[in-house]
Design a protein around this ligand. Sequence first.
Ligand SMILES: Nc1ccn([C@@H]2O[C@H](COP(=O)(O)OP(=O)(O)OP(=O)(O)O)[C@@H](O)[C@H]2O)c(=O)n1
Ligand SMILES: C[C@](O)(CO)[C@H](O)COP(=O)(O)O
Length: 224
Amino acid sequence: MKIAAVIVAAGRGTRAGAGDPKQWRPLAGRSSAQHAMQVFADHARIDRLVLVLHPDDLAAGNWPAQPAADIVSGGATRSASVLAGLRVLEGACDRVLIHDAARPCVSAQVIDGVLAGLEQTPAAAPGVPVVDALWRGENGQVAGMVDRDNLFRAQTPQGFHFDSILAAHRAFPDGATDDVALAQRAKLPVTITPGSEDNLKITLPEDFARAERILRERHGHQAG
Ligand SMILES: Nc1ccn([C@@H]2O[C@H](COP(=O)(O)OP(=O)(O)OP(=O)(O)O)[C@@H](O)[C@H]2O)c(=O)n1
Ligand SMILES: C[C@](O)(CO)[C@H](O)COP(=O)(O)O
């Protein structure tokens, strides 16, 4: 059983504010992309890593030498970037985990959960149950309550039987917000596996400080 991970790092991080793209800014001594890649590189069951880069970063030679990965140029959308990563793995793996470079605090436990989920269904991904009450707002006022039962916040890595997700990407070239959404369009059953509050995606400027705190606690003095 060959298992690969595709780390998508071809976005520009516009919501994270000015400066370098979020996946390349230093966090506890390394970039977010490098932290994320290292967790997959250190995992005993992952055989190969693919890093998908923005064409500008590729042209400028802006990516970490370690850990070792196949380097691929991404597309204008997240789905296009994922497909570029999948293409280089065709015929070379049985399972693939697709992960955001902007989620630096992923853990081996979250990865293990996804791999266990893939024993049940062709797709599996981590989710965190919604615990807060949910309101629907209109013009700044509460207009109603939304039932929180059975709602989850989606995370990555999202895992798949390789041939199933490649076929889904090819069948729906217009893409979807993430690979689970695409799997849903392709009618693949998706097992929800345990996510983690720590496995945040850096999206807004305030997310950097939270990710840095988690990484410093995890790595202690080694993180610099
Ligand atoms: N064309 C794209 C767009 C996104 N991503 C990657 O997909 C992940 C999650 O996407 P998101 O948080 O939306 O990243 P950005 O598109 O970079 O952010 P923004 O929407 O704020 O510009 C990130 O690791 C990002 O680099 C990608 O590889 N290719
Ligand atoms: C893939 C993802 O991280 C799952 O939570 C997410 O869909 C990325 O895009 P978003 O635009 O920030 O929702």
